[in-house]
Structure formats: structure tokens, C-alpha cells
Design a protein around this ligand. Structure first.
Ligand SMILES: CC(C)(COP(=O)(O)OP(=O)(O)OC[C@H]1O[C@@H](n2cnc3c(N)ncnc32)[C@H](O)[C@@H]1OP(=O)(O)O)[C@@H](O)C(=O)NCCC(=O)NCCS
Length: 148
């Protein structure tokens, strides 16, 4: 697996089922297939995927709201973590969002999710606030991060 080439590209209709299956295997309250299908061909939204051969290994979803880009979904399959794929996906998603008029980036993250917080900090995001009980299952506060 270590020598496998990872490609980073825009999600297409052919990818949505595999992306939704990955989502379901990682999150307790997953987005559904339809949520991913609705991202296709929307100028203000985007989903960047990582592929190992034909297999989906991760994705990042963004939504550009008048220049503020909300990163709504970040994930890498367990067996592909720790290889720089999350960082690569985030960088590519931010580049795409910038090209479409995005100026600032924001996201929420569980306060216990140190791997994700560390990833975001490595990209220049900083914690700017907290949303009390933002998450369920299990209930937890969200850290709100921004990168300008
Ligand atoms: C968070 C997640 C996307 C990181 O993906 P990844 O591909 O493993 O991350 P990368 O290999 O690109 O790591 C980039 C940086 O993130 C940080 N990082 C990643 N995993 C980490 C860990 N387990 N512990 C500490 N820091 C970590 C490090 O700063 C790392 O840089 P380094 O390798 O130079 O030290 C992945 O762990 C994941 O999918 N988690 C489950 C879903 C999730 O929590 N999503 C975020 C919701 S807000």
C-alpha cells in the first residue's frame, strides 16, 4: 500500500456511492448518498476525492458562501491515514474554492478530535470560538476554526 499512487480529483457521479459508503463507515451521523449527489455541478460547492487506484481513500467537501468557505466534511479511510492525504485533500479543496471566489475558510471540529485539529492548525487554521453541544452521538462542543 505504501507505494500506491494516490490521485486527487473532483468527485464525479461515478464516485458518489463509494464516497457515501466511506462516510457511513467513519461517522456516527453520516451524510447520505443524496447529500453527495447534490454537490455535483453546483458552482458554490465542491467535493475533492483521493483515490488509490479505483478505490476512494478520502474526501473534503466545501461550500462557498459569499467568499466564506465552509469546509463541511473531511475524512480519510483508516487504512490510508498518516500519509499526508488529508492535508493534500484540504490544500486542493482550498485551491478550488479560492479559484471560485473563496476568500476565507472556516470549519467546526469536535474538541476531542486532536488529529483533525492538528491537521487544520498545520494548514494555518486557528480556533476562534466554541459552539456548545454542537455535536450529538456523543454530545460534544465544537471548536470553530478560521483561516484568513
Ligand atoms: C483527520 C483526518 C482527516 C486526517 O487525515 P490524514 O490523511 O491521516 O492526515 P495527514 O496524514 O494528511 O496529516 C497531516 C497533519 O495532520 C496532523 N495529524 C494527522 N493525524 C494525526 C494524529 N493521529 N495525531 C496528531 N496529528 C495528526 C499532523 O499535523 C499531520 O502532519 P504531520 O504528518 O507532518 O505530522 C483523519 O484522521 C480522519 O479521517 N479522521 C476521521 C474523520 C474526522 O475526524 N474528520 C474530521 C472531522 S472535523
Amino acid at each position: 500500500m505504501d507505494n500506491e499512487t494516490i490521485s486527487i480529483c473532483v468527485m464525479t457521479a461515478a464516485d458518489t456511492e463509494a464516497v457515501a459508503a466511506m462516510e457511513e463507515s467513519i461517522f456516527n451521523e453520516p451524510w447520505k448518498l443524496r447529500d453527495f449527489e447534490e454537490l455535483l455541478d453546483k458552482p458554490d460547492r465542491g467535493c475533492i476525492v483521493a483515490k488509490a487506484g479505483n478505490e476512494i481513500a478520502g474526501c473534503v467537501v466545501f461550500h462557498n458562501i459569499a467568499g466564506d468557505v465552509d469546509i463541511t466534511n473531511v475524512q480519510v479511510k483508516v487504512e490510508y491515514r498518516g500519509r499526508g492525504i488529508g492535508k493534500h485533500l484540504m490544500t486542493e479543496a482550498m485551491e478550488k474554492a479560492r479559484a471560485a471566489g473563496g476568500e476565507r475558510f472556516t470549519l467546526e471540529v469536535r474538541e476531542s478530535n486532536l488529529a483533525a485539529i492538528s491537521l487544520y492548525e498545520s494548514l494555518g487554521f486557528a480556533a476562534e470560538g466554541k459552539r456548545k453541544d454542537f455535536y450529538r452521538n456523543p454530545r460534544e462542543d465544537a471548536i470553530v476554526m478560521w483561516k484568513y
